[in-house]
Design a protein around this ligand. Structure first.
Ligand SMILES: NC(=O)c1ccc[n+]([C@@H]2O[C@H](COP(=O)([O-])OP(=O)(O)OC[C@H]3O[C@@H](n4cnc5c(N)ncnc54)[C@H](OP(=O)(O)O)[C@@H]3O)[C@@H](O)[C@H]2O)c1
Length: 314
């Protein structure tokens, strides 16, 4: 038997339960991954709580999209992965588990130099950051404002944009400023007076705004600074983006991602692993908890009490 975290009703973190499930079986084009780490993302908690609308629950619902582990069995037609390969998982359905059957399209191999926890921490954050910056056409010469720059998506966005030659201003609480400086960003505290502080910090006009915070302040500041609304996006306020005349990438947006955007999200996983393996990308790891403590992981994530990516260990 395998074990998995599930919920049967929407609600607070304590709706999450560890149950025994039959061992997964790999269908054609799939492998079974023995999961060694699962990355917890805010979307996991939003779906569990019902804040992010999803279909009615008719059977125990698995949790988690990101993970990493070891290929344990191959389905028919799989020839690009072997039993024993270390892999990172993106867009898995139910990575809070001891094992998962998953299409090889959602996997990327992990070299020895990248840890399992790092591999489990990048699927959604790096994929979202990479796709958002590509969609916004960020390149050298841009001055990018990232709201929520100290979060998992924000830090990934800072690192990609800096690598592509942009100047990056990132909002964060003061305790995270040194960390952002080390990633190459100009940190600015969010809160009252943000607009003036960004104006003061920016070496020239801000040309792109990416909201990873979801506050009115973040959106209003981007609107005040960035001339071209096509170059302002939110990943949090999807339902409201059209009313502000800005773009949204998921985050509850009624506008689905394009095929190109989905392809960028997929491409980000091997790209990020390659950068991690050469030391050109860092993942900010937070608490690591046993899988059975998924409820505590969600409490920590929702309260903002933990800093760094929370990882669950089956
Ligand atoms: N659309 C998508 O596809 C997509 C994908 C991934 C995530 N998201 C969403 O994007 C958001 C960020 O995700 P994440 O994984 O990066 O979360 P995270 O790692 O938990 O980071 C959240 C960050 O928000 C910052 N923050 C808190 N209050 C803020 C404020 N008033 N102004 C600016 N920043 C503030 C915190 O900064 P300090 O610690 O410095 O206070 C923290 O670093 C979540 O809402 C998530 O659901 C959307």
């Amino acid at each position: 038997m395998a074990s998995a975290i599930v919920y049967t009703e929407f609600g607070s973190p304590d709706v999450l339960h560890l149950i025994e499930v039959p061992d997964p079986v790999a269908a054609r084009g799939e492998v079974v991954v023995r999961i060694e780490a699962a990355g917890a993302n805010p979307i996991d908690a939003k779906m569990r709580s019902g804040k992010r609308p999803s279909p009615p629950i008719t059977e125990p619902r698995p949790v988690g999209f990101d993970g990493a582990g070891i290929v344990e069995a191959l389905g028919e037609g799989v020839d690009d992965f072997a039993v024993g390969d270390r892999v990172a998982i993106r867009d898995g359905r139910g990575t809070y588990a001891s094992a998962l059957a998953i299409s090889t399209e959602n996997l990327a191999k992990l070299p020895d130099s990248v840890t399992t926890a790092e591999g489990a921490a990048i699927g959604i954050p790096a994929g979202t950051a990479y796709q958002s910056l590509r969609s916004l056409g960020v390149s050298g010469g841009d001055v990018l404002l990232v709201h929520g720059g100290s979060g998992a998506v924000g830090q990934a966005a800072v690192q990609f944009a800096v690598a592509w030659g942009a100047t990056v201003i990132a909002t964060a609480s003061p305790a995270r400023h040194e960390q952002l400086r080390e990633l190459g960003a100009i940190p600015v505290a969010y809160g009252d007076g943000l607009l003036d502080r960004v104006r003061e910090a920016a070496p020239s006009a801000v040309t792109v705004g990416l909201d990873c915070a979801g506050t009115d302040e973040a959106i209003e500041t981007s609107l005040a600074l960035v001339a071209d609304r096509e170059r302002i996006a939110t990943i949090v306020r999807g339902p409201d983006a059209a009313s502000f005349g800005i773009r949204a990438f998921s985050g509850g947006s009624p506008v689905p991602l394009t095929d190109q955007e989905l392809a960028w999200r997929a491409e980000a996983l091997p790209e990020t692993i390659a950068l991690l393996s050469t030391g050109d990308f860092v993942v900010d790891l937070g608490p690591q908890l046993p899988l059975a403590e998924a409820a505590q992981a969600h409490e920590l994530m929702e309260s903002g009490a933990a800093s760094g990516k929370i990882v669950l260990l089956p």
